[in-house]
Design a protein around this ligand. Sequence first.
Ligand code: FE2
Ligand code: FE2
Length: 196
Amino acid sequence: MTPRFAEISRGVRDALGQDHRYAHVIRVARLADRLAQRHGEDPARARLAGLLHDLARLYTSERLVAECEARAMPIDAFERRNPIVLHARLGAELARERFGVTDEGVLDAIRRHTVAAGSMSRLDAIVYLADGVEPGRQFPERESFEALAFVDLDAAMAAVLRSSVAHLERQGLEAAPQTIAALATYRSVERTPLSA
Ligand SMILES: [Fe+2]
Ligand SMILES: [Fe+2]
């Protein structure tokens, strides 16, 4: 662990102000690091995105909308109906403003960690998966999804996205257009783990 990482960790703990959320981002950072190592991506970038992904997660809906508007960020119709998802895009801005992150790949991974996107980098997928299947999450397929993420990123993305959309449907909630687009993308490229 580099000093920079330790320093950022302290800053994140202060920024989040909640032990529960801090423990989550640490688990996400660790899992993202391991997934990056496994898949030949830069572990430091994955760890950084994991650590900073939820900086705005505890903001109220009103604050999310207000802070996005203050930065002249466009807010789409889905985001107006579901302001919570704005924590991802606003979080990337906070990572830049407060922690000096300029790596657009890291910032994109933060932006896409909640609703995903029709086109995602491998770093985006690693951070999305680390957030979705970290060991603190509790749902029946968690362990199998985590194992799959170490074998085949595309198949894991397809599986996690399919599960998320199904979960939303069961709850009578809408999935974001970006999530539907991501599922279509990964469905078209997924392979069975055994052929990977
Ligand atoms: Fe989040
Ligand atoms: Fe998260």
